[in-house]
Design a protein around this ligand. Structure first.
Ligand SMILES: Cc1ncc(COP(=O)(O)O)c(C=O)c1O
Length: 418
């Protein structure tokens, strides 16, 4: 990058501080992460004000599964922009019909209907509305430390720290420990509309559930006339080496929510998917839920491309192969850094670096940043750093990431005196 092209960091920080968020500007300056998201391509993002380059292992939780500015997605979007716009959210739409049909082919079991949205929170809200509308029950059970979004009902399923400042939580929401069958059994009752879990809770630090947890949960829901909602916002679209994370657990949810990566990193698109029985509820109330921008027609061809790429056997095989590289790499790192590294929580490229104490996450975000990796710690378990590389990485890049994690662990160890 030529010096003349580089933006002035101080000016950007000043405008951001004065007009977007003074708290964020202060925080990032205080921890020495004065990065301004600049040029981006594939697995990389550059600082707008210097030559600093990072490998993106945050990926906004999966938005950049296919890398930044994936050429195939851009091409589809460009073509689409010559022809389409938002469309009309009340009328029949060919683009939405074709995209929903493709999802029906790819979704587990008989999840053949989709309502599109623009954010994960909105899609979760709808899942809960549908569960309540269909069952005519009220209670919703979710996992402590889980995260489903910052909107109304999604927020109500989440942790206190995010909702307490905003007043009284709506009634009927209860949190139980994740992966705890007994707690789930005790919480379910005849007024439970839904149980909602992420397949692997990212904000909780990627705890991997027992093999039979979700089949148990599904049966327990069935026994109580409740529905099981699975949040695949982060684990969907190939992240785990299968198209949907829940496929690893051999169970078909009643409602499945997809977000983030469905956008191709270019145009917001989320989906609340369910089977024909639940769609009966909307059959009788077809205008009861509305999203003006949900399923924007212009974005549908790009989302279709995302589905085609993400479901291809070669693509999923690459995720599994790269997962193996990390699995083996972390065995070596564990031997080398036993005082800080406990291990890798992993299914496919859904990965969390588990460390020895709660100070490690924040320090690792900084030492990884200093070593050229963008990664954040799990907010509801700061012992864990999330490691979410794009799914298009190859072996040399995976090795490069491992080398940087090695250095980051070494620096964090030194800083923390471990
Ligand atoms: C698992 C999960 N569900 C839902 C959401 C909410 O998505 P959005 O931020 O698009 O509303 C997120 C966002 O991080 C998420 O990680």
């Amino acid at each position: 990058m030529q010096d003349a092209d580089k933006k002035n960091r101080d000016e950007i920080f000043k405008a951001f501080r004065n007009h977007v968020s003074s708290g964020k500007a202060d925080f990032f300056q205080s921890v020495g992460i004065e990065f301004v998201f600049g040029r981006r391509q594939g697995a990389y993002v550059w600082d707008a004000a210097s030559d600093k380059k990072l490998i993106n292992c945050h990926c906004n939780g999966g938005v950049f599964n296919l890398g930044h500015r994936n050429p195939a997605i851009i091409e589809k979007l460009k073509q689409s922009m010559d022809e389409f716009d938002m469309g009309n959210h009340h009328l029949v739409s060919e683009n939405r019909a074709i995209l929903a049909q493709r999802l029906a082919e790819l979704n587990p079991g008989d999840i053949t209907y989709t309502v599109f949205g623009v954010s994960g929170g909105e899609a979760i809200d709808l899942a809960i509305k549908l569960a309540r509308g269909y069952t005519q029950k009220n209670r919703v059970i979710s996992a402590k430390g889980g995260y489903h979004g910052h909107t109304g009902l999604a927020l109500a399923t989440g942790d206190e720290q995010y909702r307490t400042p905003f007043g009284v939580n709506p009634p009927g929401f209860e949190q139980i420990p994740f992966n705890d069958k007994e707690a789930l059994s005790n919480a379910l009752d005849s007024d439970t509309a839904a149980v909602i879990f992420e397949t692997i809770p990212a904000t909780l630090g990627m705890p991997i559930p027992e093999d039979d947890f979700f089949s148990y949960a599904k049966q327990a829901c069935k026994d109580h006339g409740a529905l099981m909602i699975i949040d695949e916002v982060q684990t969907g679209l190939g992240r785990t080496g299968r198209m949907w994370g829940i496929e690893h657990f051999d169970v078909v949810p009643d409602i499945m929510v997809i977000g983030k990566g469905l956008s191709g990193g270019m145009y917001p698109m989320t989906a609340t998917c369910f089977g024909p029985e639940l769609q009966d509820f909307f059959h009788n109330n077809p205008f009861i839920h509305i999203s003006t921008f949900g399923g924007a027609e212009v974005a549908c061809p790009a989302a279709m491309e995302v589905l085609d790429i993400s479901s291809s056997p070669e693509f999923l095989q690459n995720v599994q192969d790269m997962a193996e590289v990390f699995r083996n790499g972390f065995k070596v790192l564990k031997e080398k850094h036993p005082t800080i590294l406990k291990g890798l929580r992993q299914i496919g490229l859904m990965m969390g670096i588990e460390m020895v104490n709660e100070n490690c996450g924040l320090v690792m975000s900084k030492t990884l940043y200093d070593n050229g990796l963008l990664s954040v710690y799990a907010n509801n378990n700061p012992c864990v750093s999330q490691l979410l590389p794009p799914l298009i990485i190859d072996k040399p890049l995976a090795d490069d990431i491992l080398e940087r994690v090695d250095k980051g662990l070494g620096d964090a160890k030194q800083f923390l005196g471990l």
